[in-house]
Design a protein around this ligand. Structure first.
Ligand SMILES: Cc1cc2nc3c(=O)[nH]c(=O)nc-3n(C[C@H](O)[C@H](O)[C@H](O)COP(=O)(O)O)c2cc1C
Length: 164
């Protein structure tokens, strides 16, 4: 079974988490590039606004095609304004996910993963529309805003990750 880990990361924590999982699951890594600038204070505000509006990023067509060539898609995203990022949303709305197993990994500053249940219900709705199978959503609290999480800390928190 072919598995990919498609990730978007602004400050490095989700990228590091995706790399740890890729090694653990022997999966391929695919970086999602959102062309919108999220740097600086304006970028931070833009990110929070776009995430809370639930928009999808304009991902490169080749990236979407590549994601659709896997049986299992693990999508990793930071949490912005309690929501998933536009790059993550784009996989749900733009990639051909019919018949595929989809698993989410969410990385957020809040250690208690506030808003998790709402995010799961939002993604389940989109996955049902896409004809994909929900394989779980694993939340990780990084306790870092604007800085990359510690590798050892992430490794420990990812020990329980599993595909349902
Ligand atoms: C625009 C923006 C909004 C954020 N909103 C939240 C939030 O609502 N709740 C939270 O726990 N963390 C929030 N964070 C923190 C990130 O989720 C956290 O730093 C995460 O590890 C970032 O992942 P990254 O390092 O891969 O970019 C926010 C960060 C940014 C940049």
């Amino acid at each position: 079974m072919k598995t990919c880990i498609a990730f978007f990361s602004r400050d490095g924590s989700t990228k590091l988490a995706a790399e740890i999982l890729a090694e653990k699951l022997k999966a391929d890594l695919i970086e999602l590039i959102d062309p919108v600038n999220y740097r600086g204070v304006i970028g931070f505000l833009r990110g929070g606004f776009r995430a809370s509006s639930g928009v999808s990023a304009k991902l490169d067509a080749e990236t979407l095609k590549k994601i659709a060539s896997y049986d299992t898609v693990v999508a990793a995203t930071p949490i912005w304004a309690s929501k998933t990022t536009p790059a993550f949303n784009a996989i749900l709305t733009e990639a051909a996910l019919s018949g595929k197993r989809f698993v989410a990994l969410t990385v957020q500053g809040d250690l208690n993963a506030a808003g998790h249940d709402q995010r799961v219900s939002d993604m389940k709705e989109k996955l049902a529309a896409a004809g994909a199978v929900f394989g779980g959503c694993y939340p990780v609290g990084s306790a870092k805003f604007g800085r990359c999480a510690d590798k050892a800390d992430l490794e420990k928190k990812l020990e329980g990750f599993k595909i349902e």
